[in-house]
Each structure stands twice: as C-alpha cells, then as structure tokens.
Design a protein around this ligand. Sequence first.
Ligand SMILES: [Zn+2]
Length: 316
Amino acid sequence: MRIGIRVAAAALALPALLAFQAPVRQSTLFDSAQLLEDLRVLSADDMQGRQAGTAGGEKARAYVVERFKASGVQPFGESYVHPFTFTSGRGDAAAERKAANVIGFVPGTANAGRYIVVTAHYDHVGVRNGVVFNGADDNASGTAALFALASHFSKTRPGNSLLFAALDAEESGMRGARAFLAKPPVDPATLVLNVNMDMLGRDPDDKLFVVGTHQQPFLRPYIETIAASAPVKLIPGHDNPAEKGVEDWTRSSDHAAFCQAKIPCLYFGVEDFGNHHKATDDYETMTHDFYVRAVETLVAAVKVFDAKLDEIAKAR
Ligand SMILES: [Zn+2]
C-alpha cells in the first residue's frame, strides 16, 4: 500500500530512469543477481498482480515458500503457510477471501527465544480492467529483500532469532499483519522489534526513509549509527504529523499493526513516485543498483538492532 503525495521533481526524473540502468553492484552480503531475479519473478505478469485470495496470490505464495526454504528459513511446526480468511466488500458484494502469511525464522546463537520480526507484504492489487498491476516496488521489492536477509543471516547467524514474515492482504487493510498478531507463532512478549519493508526499490536520488523515530525516540541513536555508514541516504522522517507538506507514513503499512500492539516498529520505504499503484510499477522501472544498496542497508540495520536488542527491549 502507501497512499502518497507524488513528488513533482521525482516524477519528472522518471523517464531518465526508464532509459538508463546503472550497473548493479555485486553485494558482499548476499547474491544481488538472485535478489533481482526474485524481484523479476514476483513482479512478472504471470503472478497476476498477487492479489490476496486469487490464483496469482497463491502462485506468489508458493514462490515465497520455495525461497524461504532455499534461504535457510525454518518453519514453526509443519508448514511455513499460516492461512486466514477475511471478508472484503460490503453488503451484497461482501465475500470471504482465503489468504495466508508465510512465516519462519532463523534461530539466534545467544538469545534464541527473543525475536526481531522482519515483515514485508507479498500481495498487491491484482488485475484491473484487464491490466495486470505488477507491484514491483509495492511490494515485490520488500518480499525479495526478506530472502536476501534470510540467506545472509542463516550464514552469518544473529545473536537473537529473526522471525521472517511475508504477509498477505496488506492491500486489503493490513489483514495479514492483524492475523499474525491475533495468532502469533511465538509468545508476543518475545517480539522485541518489528522491521517492516514496503517499497525499497525506486529512487533516483538514493533516498531511503525510516519511519518511526519521531514517536519512538529511543530508536533514533541506532538509526544514526546505521545511517553513518549506509550505502544509501537513510533519512528518518515521514512520521511527524506536524511537519508541513510531508506525508505521515506511521500508519501506511503493516508496521502500524505492530506499533498498535505495543511492539516497537520501524518502517523502511522510498518516496512515492508516479508508478505507485499504477500498472507501470514494473521491474524495468525500478532503480536496480539503488535497490541492492537499500537491501544492504537493511542487512546492516538488522545487525545493529540485533547487537543492541538488550537495550531496545529495556527501553520499549
Ligand atoms: Zn505496499
């Protein structure tokens, strides 16, 4: 999701993006070619826009399960798939839809019973008037980032456990996040921090926003540490309702449900561009090199949160 104000200057820069892709950086933290391949597959036409409760949504889910497995994510119990239902539409148009979150974890080496919950919604808005809305940035980008993080941390193990959740039905009103919190796979008291990724892949000016330090100032020092050596411009913001002309994103994606449940939450995402919730939100219109660096920034961020989770748990 993310209803947003379009930034005029950025929208003007878009044709340049379409014409030119900078060479993509080879990451030392994960396989960047695999990251881009995951992004391409998830946002291809045959995923039919990944709407919750549709065949395209199911196909995307099967791919997420396969990639969780390959990335070293372990399931809680028998399956990665945690089904739920929700009602969409009103009155005569009301219909029950079947959806499912894909959930697993990478165990920590020191505090395995304590978790950072890394989330990204894998659904998008489907097909409208015969046109597939591919949702490359929103949010194939965050979903593919889950796999890159998982593959990194299953090799370079964290001290605390990392819970990875590819959430469904965000576009239908954060249904997946709410289903997760209604029936969490672990004691919710062990969920110390939520890191939500939604739209990581498109910015001509290297800007990645982190949302939530205005309301949770105790998290600000960690963001400053991460920003100091991040390979993108990591900017705290979009979380102060008093700031004129800047949209407040504190309730604009799944992290909102976590903060509401009193679990500290941070959201990472890019500025809205002209392609947001348009049929042009395609793999080709992403800034691929920036995207790799944004995901590297998320790896670095999770490392810092993991190292400081004691402090964060006490400050919450
Ligand atoms: Zn989204």
